[in-house]
Design a protein around this ligand. Structure first.
Ligand code: GLN
Length: 271
């Protein structure tokens, strides 16, 4: 089969599974033949051999089941870096770049802050902050050893030297330490949220946080204060409809200067 015919057929097959079927087909094919995407356009008449077609079929089948592209290719761009991801980690979302941006705006360029990222997953937040503020030291915590292995790989590749990964539940591995800034993109989806069906390939414990989606944020609100230096800052990502509830939880735990920031769609997403 020719390259152009393979792309056309794959595009049709991915119509139900993807909002960008042609782009996905092209990316999956150029990764299968290990060539840049431009090659597909320069050599549409190239013939695919049986073995290559079988390998292409294999990735197409996975994409047809709704598996995110990032899990098939093993990478996702975030904050202009290419991160390794695996089904043990959430796929980094563009909205989360707001959290990274807020963190970086708070950290002066010459500051040597201790920064903590709770529930780091692939390490996208921790490593992005570490890249832009190399004088800081970022501690990245996750309760999943499989996720932490991905975070370690990303730290080694992108910010060697200023990220340390720690295994454990929320603040448990860093008790007694003091940080200038704590960031977190915790699970915050309600257990009955209809969107979860579309997210079934991602780790559910990184997404779901009890009946109201606030179980993890309750823990952060209760436990992070003891870890912050005077004047320290906590930044939490949450759902667009959770800003008032998150502010309420923080107030109950004695937090002050509580403010919510909007994402590029104008939705309140980081408190
Ligand atoms: N923003 C993600 C989603 O709705 C959820 C991420 C999270 O729970 N931390 O897909």
């Amino acid at each position: 089969m020719r390259l152009d015919a393979a792309i056309a057929a794959a595009t049709e097959r991915l119509r139900d599974a993807s909002e960008s079927p042609r782009l996905d087909a092209e990316i999956l094919l150029c990764r299968t033949i290990n060539m840049p995407r431009s090659y597909l356009f320069a050599h549409p008449e190239d013939e695919l051999d049986e073995l290559t077609l079988a390998r292409f079929e294999d990735v197409l089948e996975r994409r047809e089941t709704g598996m995110p592209m990032a899990y098939i290719t093993g990478t996702r761009e975030f904050w202009s870096h290419e991160f390794a991801v695996s089904p043990a980690t959430l796929v980094p979302r563009p909205e989360t770049e707001i959290l990274v941006n807020l963190a970086i705006c708070e950290i002066p360029r010459d500051a040597e802050w201790e920064v903590l990222d709770l529930g780091t997953g692939s390490g996208a937040i921790a490593v992005s902050i570490a890249c832009d503020r190399p004088l800081c030291h970022v501690t990245a915590v996750d309760s999943s050893e499989a996720a932490l292995a991905v975070a370690r790989e990303n730290a080694r590749g992108l910010a060697p030297g200023n990220v340390t990964c720690e295994l454990g539940d929320w603040t448990e591995p860093v008790r007694g330490r003091v940080f200038d800034l704590i960031v977190s993109n915790p699970p915050y989806v309600r257990s009955d949220d209809g969107h979860l069906a579309k997210l079934r390939h991602e780790p559910q414990d990184a997404l779901v946080a009890g009946d109201d989606g606030l179980d993890a944020i309750r823990i952060l609100a209760a436990d992070c204060g003891a870890l912050l230096a005077d004047g320290g800052l906590l930044l939490i990502e949450h759902g667009a409809d959770q800003a008032d509830a998150v502010a309420g939880l923080l107030r109950e735990q004695g937090w002050s200067n509580i403010a919510c920031h909007r994402d590029l769609a104008g939705l309140p997403r980081v408190t």
